[in-house]
Ligand binder design. Structure first.
Ligand code: SF4
Ligand code: SF4
Length: 101
């Protein structure tokens, strides 16, 4: 899976879980720093309003790193700029400073 590099001015996207690929192993849930991942009816799901593509925390999306079947993928329906994702981080974590890479 290719990922757009952060902090280069391109558009980023929230992530989604491909329901055709997810095997509901739960590995991603505890790795999400924003608690954006939860168990759905059959597979796990990402709440886009909480997903910053890990911006503010990590250089790479943690869910995609741990998923054994590459089910965590960028969601083109939730395209956001890096600035918007940093703002989302600040709204989710008003007491924290985002880490920039
Ligand atoms: S990309 Fe990061 S913030 Fe978004 S769901 Fe995955 S682990 Fe959570
Ligand atoms: S790590 Fe991958 S397979 Fe496991 S629950 Fe998350 S999306 Fe599904």
């Amino acid at each position: 899976m290719t990922k757009q590099k952060s902090w280069k001015g391109q558009f980023e996207m929230a992530y989604r879980i491909d329901p055709e690929e997810c095997i509901a192993c739960a590995a991603c849930e505890e790795e999400c720093p924003n608690e954006a991942i939860s168990e759905g009816d059959d597979v796990y799901v990402i709440e886009a309003s909480k997903c910053t593509e890990c911006i503010g925390w990590f250089e790479e999306s943690q869910c995609a790193l741990v998923c054994p079947v590459d089910a965590c993928v960028p969601d083109p329906d939730h395209e956001e700029t890096q600035d918007q994702l940093v703002e989302k981080f600040k709204q989710l974590h008003p007491d924290k400073e985002p880490k920039l890479f």
